[in-house]
Design a protein around this ligand. Structure first.
Ligand SMILES: C[S@@+](CC[C@H](N)C(=O)[O-])C[C@H]1O[C@@H](n2cnc3c(N)ncnc32)[C@H](O)[C@@H]1O
Length: 203
């Protein structure tokens, strides 16, 4: 998705529908939320956090993340209603100064970036020294990843997604010299081997 085209995505057309998914799939939402929460600095530490691809704020709000970056105006509108301060823009070209944030969350968004390596590099730039990056992905090689990939063409939202494997993401983080890289696979349903993976790394 480029700066020029980002106003016409399915996220702009169907933002309310996207947001409603979380009410209709509470169990999965709660599992993802809990998994990410473990990696987020505790509120009493008063760390400054940003969610990249904040969407409608379904994660930022309950996780106490005050800032978001979002290319879709309709998604951003809903996040703003939830009290999130939203910068308009894309991960590949973040309109934020160097060393501004203690931590950055990016969940189910990496697969929408035109250039994920550029995005991860930009995130490192805006993190403070030793700042933390938390990423949530659906692993391309997992059972859910394979289902998403096979149904992609019919999905409003995932039509344009490019899923990545855990190893691809880990390799990029290593190439970009992120430190202390750890990850945790999360089972989202019965018999799932851990399709949702939370990865944490430091600048
Ligand atoms: C699947 S949604 C995830 C939203 C939110 N993180 C959540 O989990 O509910 C992906 C979001 O990434 C945004 N997005 C798409 N391309 C992007 C880019 N290049 N940089 C940042 N965000 C992007 C979309 O507009 C959308 O809001």
């Amino acid at each position: 998705m480029t700066d020029k085209t980002y106003s016409k995505t399915p996220f702009d057309e169907y933002a309310e529908e996207y947001d409603n998914w979380y009410d209709e799939n509470k169990k999965m939402y709660e599992l993802e939320l809990e998994a990410i929460k473990k990696f987020i600095p505790k509120p009493e530490k008063r760390k400054k956090g940003l969610e990249i691809g904040v969407g409608t704020g379904r994660f930022a709000k309950p996780l106490g993340i005050e800032y978001g970056l979002e290319p879709s105006k309709s998604m951003a509108e809903i996040a703003k209603r939830r009290g999130i301060y939203v910068y308009e823009g894309v991960a590949e070209n973040i309109p934020i100064d160097d060393k501004s944030f203690d931590y950055v969350l990016m969940t189910t968004t990496l697969c929408f970036l035109n250039d994920p390596i550029k995005g991860l590099k930009e995130i490192k730039r805006i993190l403070k020294p030793n700042g933390k990056l938390i990423i949530g992905i659906i692993d391309k090689n997992s059972s859910l990843g394979k289902i998403y990939e096979s149904k992609k063409k019919k999905s409003k939202f995932y039509k344009y997604a490019k899923f990545y494997s855990l190893n691809e993401v880990l390799n990029w983080l290593k190439e970009l010299r992120y430190k202390n890289i750890i990850y945790e696979p999360i089972k989202l349903y019965k018999n799932d081997e851990g399709s949702f993976i939370v990865i944490s790394a430091e600048k």
